[in-house]
Structures are given as C-alpha cells and as structure tokens.
Write a protein that binds this ligand. Structure first.
Ligand SMILES: [Cu+2]
Length: 265
C-alpha cells in the first residue's frame, strides 16, 4: 500500500492533477525538488504536531508512516483494512491513527466501530474519506453496512484480543428422502389362495410378492404397472411400483378365477 501511495503520489507530481486522496501528500511534496525532499521530515513533524494539537476530523495530511491505516471496500464484495506496510490490521497499539478509506463502490461502505470510534462512509456514494481515530483497549469491528455478514473484519486495540470466530454452523440436514415407500404385501398359494388388499391410497409402494405356489404366478396389473412372478416360480419378489387412482388386479395367469381387485384412490 505504501508503494501504491508513493507511485500515485509521483504521478500527481508529474501531472499536477493528483486525486483528492493524495492532495495533502501532494501539497507537502508537490514541487518534488531535492530541496523539498530535504524538508520533508520537518514538514511531517509539523503536520504531526498540528494533528496532535488541533486533531481536526478532516485532517488529511499524514504521510505519517506508522499511524496511517488504509481501508478499502469494493468494487466487489471485498473489504479490507491495512497498515502502512500493506499488511491486514489485526492488532493496533493504543494511539491516534489516520484512517484513509477508499470506498470504491456505490453499493458498499466502510464502517468502523469500537471503543470511542464510529466512523463510516456512505453506502450510496463512493470516493475517499479520511478519519482520525483514537484506538484504545478493545475490539474494533469493520463492515459494510449493506452486507454485514459477508463483508466484515475486526482488529484488537491495546491489550484486547479479537475473540475467535464462532464455530462453523452444523452441516445442513440431509435432504428429505423421496416420496415415502408404503409397504404392500400380496401373496399366492399354497393352494388356490390369493391375498391382496382391497383398497389403497395412491402412492409409491414397496411390493413384497410372496409366491408359494408352483402352479400359479402372482401378477399385479393396472395403470402403469405390469409385474409378475413365474407360474413355476416359488419364492418372494420385491417390486417398487407407483399406484395411481384406478383399479388394479392381482391374479394368477394360470387360473383366471384367482383374482383380487385393488381400488386405488
Ligand atoms: Cu456491501
């Protein structure tokens, strides 16, 4: 960030059209002569002294290295607060800082609050703003007021420490199972004996077809369904079927009189 500021500043030297954010810096260094460079330290000291004495809230001038913080928000869903070396701020010693905010978006803002501090830019609108803040012991939070859950950060002042982030939320519950399978039992045999319910509600069924006869099959037929065991087959078959409103037959193909009707509604 420091390098960025310097290069931008140098541009303002060249074309004399520094942006507002660098105006103060340009004032100090605008002529860019060696003579001015030699005076820089003295000027900085003067500016710093003025800040301490007057502490004007609109004070832009600070080339001051250690006390300079740079916040940036937007243009995407990004928000940051960095120190003079460009590192993310996680802890600050107690003291006075100059906060330069680059609000790069019309839909986000930068809002810093904590003990003795509550400064923000506008959500609607963008541009640079400079604040002077006094950091003391405590936790300071910054966020975009329009997106406080997604765009936020914090740092500790003085003796404070930032509380650890809350544990991650529990995993979401598993998706609900598909339509519930209802059990449906049908059987044939032994002997000329066939069973099936007379009425059912429409829905999806797990059919257990118990075929205990070597001379009959078990055949379920109706709207959208046509499943059967073999006539010679003995055993249990499992079918998954969807029964719609209507009439279904459960019967033996070997003995047509062996029939039950299921009414589905
Ligand atoms: Cu936002």
């Amino acid at each position: 960030m420091t390098a960025g500021c310097l290069s931008a500043h140098d541009r303002s030297d060249d074309d004399g059209r520094g942006t507002r954010r660098f105006a103060a810096t340009a004032e100090i260094r605008a002529p860019g002569t060696r003579r001015m460079r030699s005076m820089r330290i003295a000027l900085i000291a003067t500016v710093a002294a003025c800040l301490v004495a007057a502490a004007p809230s609109s004070a832009v001038p600070t080339k001051a290295s250690d006390g300079q913080l740079v916040a940036s928000v937007g243009p995407g869903f990004t928000i940051s607060l960095k120190d003079a070396s460009g590192a993310n701020v996680t802890h600050l010693g107690v003291g006075t800082y100059t906060l330069l905010v680059h609000d790069l978006s019309d839909e986000h803002n930068f809002h810093l609050s904590g003990p003795g501090v509550d400064v923000s830019t506008d959500v609607i609108g963008n541009g640079d703003r400079t604040f002077t803040i006094n950091v003391t012991d405590g936790v300071y939070n910054f966020q975009c007021d329009a997106h406080p859950l997604q765009m936020k950060g914090a740092f500790a002042g003085g003796t404070a420490t930032v509380p650890p982030p809350p544990p991650p939320p529990p995993p979401p519950p598993p998706p609900p199972p598909g339509p519930k399978l209802h059990p449906l039992k049908v059987s044939v045999g032994p002997g000329t004996h066939l069973t099936a319910p007379a009425r059912l509600a429409a829905g999806k069924y797990a059919v257990t077809a118990r075929d205990a006869s070597a001379s009959d099959d078990l055949h379920l037929k109706g709207p959208g369904v046509d499943r059967k065991t073999g006539v010679a087959f003995k055993g249990t078959a499992k079918w998954t079927v969807t029964l719609k409103a209507g009439t279904y037959k459960v019967f033996s193909d070997a003995h047509k009189t062996l029939t039950r009707t299921i009414t589905v509604r």
